[in-house]
Design a protein around this ligand. Structure first.
Ligand code: ZN
Length: 121
């Protein structure tokens, strides 16, 4: 298989690091970090009136769904960075085959090739 060149990997690393900074910002707004790669949705206390309680619940539910999405993205970004360090970046986790560079360019944190991804859907 054709190895990804160094420059390509360096560029993806930059993408991943940029994405990480964005995710950290988004996570800080809607969650509290409780551990490495573990976040809890923020619960904001607005007051004790009925409409305030309703707003609290609505906000918490929104944060909860954001937390899941952001946490997963963060997990994948960190995994991508780790793979770059380990020299396994660009390999599909399922079949060990190469992930197309175009796919990595669009999704630098992709962990599976298109064929495996489609199979798992
Ligand atoms: Zn695959």
């Amino acid at each position: 298989m054709k190895k990804l060149d160094k420059k390509f990997i360096e560029e993806r690393k930059k993408d991943l690091l940029e994405r990480k900074v964005e995710l950290e910002k988004e996570l800080a707004i809607s969650t509290d970090q409780v551990a490495d790669n573990d976040y809890d949705a923020k619960f904001i206390d607005l007051g004790d009136k009925e409409d305030e309680n309703a707003a609290e619940v609505a906000m918490f539910e929104k944060n909860l769904s954001l937390e899941k999405t952001l946490e997963l993205s963060m997990y994948n970004v960190n995994k991508g960075l780790k793979k770059i360090d380990e020299g396994t970046y660009g390999l599909c986790e399922k079949c060990d085959g190469p992930i197309k560079p175009e796919r990595l360019e669009a999704f630098p944190s992709a962990t599976a090739c298109m064929a495996c991804k489609e199979k798992s859907l």
